[in-house]
Write a protein that binds this ligand. Structure first.
Ligand code: SAM
Length: 286
């Protein structure tokens, strides 16, 4: 008997992963939560039928959403993570001894509970004394913050369901307000390849450009995500992602990565012509 997990990437394309067993299945107040074991991708987390992360390729996503901004910001001390209830971003953040405080705002406490129990490879740093967990809506949380953070990482689900509010003008405007005068916001920025994802990506980018003076995208190859070509947003009040990277300082930290390097950092911002075009009508020239 063969068991497969399938995710529709478009109405005509699906990704199917052979599974050995379903480790967990439950429903929280916000979403369905499933965990599977598979021969190819190891253990993986699915929310409302959408792939969140796999044991085999989560390092790509979590390294790229965390180390790119931290190789640029010269003195990031206070960090806000919105979403990220699996703990992968937190695991990467606590590798920086000079980070002083991390607020994690995850709407669904059940996700964190399930990840602590079944995904120890990402949910392994929640108990770091610098981490404060807030189980509430990131959209509401950020409304009450002003000049409080050096970096905001928006590690959200896709722009529907509980994650929808994290792709709005209001949210990006409040992130701008919550950041200090040289703050940076990075976000998971969907994909340019399939039509629906490309529209979501362009819409989010337009709204970010309207809230930040510098707004670029960078890319990574994430096999378990739709098309594998995934984008991240880099929005900044002051620093430029290529002109202000401090390679020497970052490399001196000795943080071991399997995907991120300061050389790849630079390459990641050189995006394909069709993606340039998709975003160019909403990007600031700089
Ligand atoms: N890396 C994954 C991706 O790119 O799809 C996201 C990982 S993480 C599991 C996404 C988290 O965002 C989920 O745990 C979800 O509960 C949380 N989330 C969704 N909407 C939220 C909101 N409005 N406020 C806070 N967390 C939210």
């Amino acid at each position: 008997m063969e068991y497969w997990f399938s995710e529709m990437h478009t109405p005509n394309v699906k990704l199917s992963i052979r599974v050995d067993k379903q480790v967990y299945s439950g429903r929280s107040e916000f979403q369905r939560i499933d965990v599977f074991d598979s021969p190819e991708f190891g253990r993986f987390l699915v929310l409302d039928g959408y792939m969140m992360l796999t044991e085999k390729d989560e390092f790509i996503y979590h390294e790229m959403i965390t180390h790119v901004p931290l190789a640029v910001h010269p003195h990031a001390k206070d960090i806000l993570v919105i979403g990220g209830g699996d703990g992968g971003v937190i695991r990467e953040l606590v590798k920086y001894g000079d980070i002083e405080h991390i607020d994690l705002v995850e709407i669904d406490e059940e996700v964190t509970r399930v990840c602590r129990e079944y995904l120890p490879f990402t949910a392994c740093a929640f108990d770091d004394p610098r981490v404060s967990l807030h189980f509430e809506d990131g959209l509401k949380f950020v409304r009450t913050r002003k000049d409080a953070y050096d970096l905001i990482i928006v590690d959200s689900t896709d722009p529907f369901g509980p994650g929808e509010g994290l792709f709005t003008r209001e949210f990006y405007g409040n992130c701008y307000k919550a950041l200090r005068e040289d703050g940076i916001m990075v976000n998971q920025h969907e994909s340019p390849f399939y039509a629906e994802d490309a529209i979501a990506c362009q819409r989010a980018h337009k709204r970010i450009v309207e809230s930040f003076p510098k707004a670029k995208v960078y890319q990574a190859h994430i096999p378990s995500y739709p098309s594998g070509h995934w984008l991240f947003g880099f929005a900044s009040k002051k620093y430029h992602p290529l002109r202000d990277i401090d390679e020497k300082k970052w490399n001196a930290r000795g943080i071991k990565c399997k995907y991120y390097t300061t050389t790849l950092h630079k390459g990641a911002f050189y995006i394909p012509a069709y993606v340039e075009e998709l975003l160019s009508n909403v990007e600031h020239a700089d």
